[in-house]
Design a protein around this ligand. Structure first.
Ligand code: GLN
Length: 279
């Protein structure tokens, strides 16, 4: 037995080497995870068993090796819901909540009923939209079978599995090959450029590169999907970008489409983050 307060302070100090800003929070989260209780619970007990301390040390080792905290805790909060997260899917990011807002506004103003989510990942977008918009059907695609498995777990967890159809495959192919009709396409695609990859945090490098890497200029996904769009008479595409690729992407859009409506949305740090294209 050891005093829990002491373990908390020790763990916080250890975690400070990784990230001083989140060290205290992470220490609380790891201890409450090992005790299988809420964060507030740790302030209601005085002592912690040696067995549990051993487990905490193991998790600390994982953190020191760069395993993201959300892969250890196996969860991440996104928008209004908690998502199961594990190796093999991108950990949902807070910035992506903006995409959800823009999509919900668009769906409501056009009364859309069927949408396609390319690169469903953990299912954070598909599940949140299914929860927030009644009667919406989502065709969720991903090139990773593992991601589809995790997205299904999240759809089940939040009771929307009957409104999300899952497909394995790239881009829009799983949908167009089945001749399925839809009103809107959304995506948070891979958009990290080659030059950025070496500078990614150790933790981010643990996330699936297929979910991150966007080719030499970060725009390869967009380039490929725009070719598909050119074959369609009309459509709406709402997607996330990185502020780093914004200028290249605008050039690509102007080069590809002769006539297009184009809207940009800024995130909370005033960075260009979401684009809506209507053609
Ligand atoms: N749709 C998921 C997200 O927004 C996954 C995106 C991806 O894997 N690139 O987090």
């Amino acid at each position: 037995m050891q005093a829990l307060r002491e373990v908390l302070i020790w763990l916080k100090r250890e975690l400070e080497d990784i990230d001083p800003d989140s060290a205290y929070l992470e220490a609380e989260l790891l201890i409450s995870y090992v005790l299988n209780k809420d964060r507030s619970f740790i302030y209601t007990v005085d002592f912690i068993e040696e067995e549990k301390i051993k487990e905490i040390k193991k998790l600390l080792d994982f953190r020191k090796k760069g395993i993201p905290i959300n892969y250890i805790l196996k969860k991440k909060f996104f928008y209004d819901y908690e998502f199961f997260t594990d190796t093999g899917v991108l950990i949902p990011r807070n910035e992506t909540e903006l995409l959800v807002d823009v999509v919900i506004d668009t769906i409501k103003s056009y009364s859309f009923e069927k949408i396609v989510d390319i690169g469903v990942g953990s299912g954070n977008l598909a599940v949140t939209l299914a929860k927030k918009v009644d009667k919406l059907t989502i065709y969720a695609c991903d090139i990773s079978p593992n991601a589809l498995k995790i997205a299904k777990i999240n759809a089940q967890k939040h009771g929307v599995i009957d409104r999300i159809k899952f497909f394995l495959g790239p881009y829009l192919y799983p949908i167009t090959m089945r001749n399925l009709q839809f009103d809107l396409i959304i995506s948070n695609p891979p958009y990290i450029a080659s030059w950025e990859m070496p500078f990614l945090q150790k933790e981010v490098k643990r996330e699936p590169w297929e979910a991150l890497y966007g080719g030499w200029n970060g725009c390869i996904f967009y380039e490929d999907i725009f070719k598909e769009f050119k074959k369609m008479d009309k459509g709406i595409f709402i997607f996330e970008i990185s502020p780093f690729i914004y200028n290249d992407l605008v050039k690509l859009i102007n080069k590809t489409f002769s006539k297009i409506e184009f809207y940009v949305y800024k995130d909370l740090s005033q960075k260009n983050r979401v684009i809506k294209l209507i053609w």
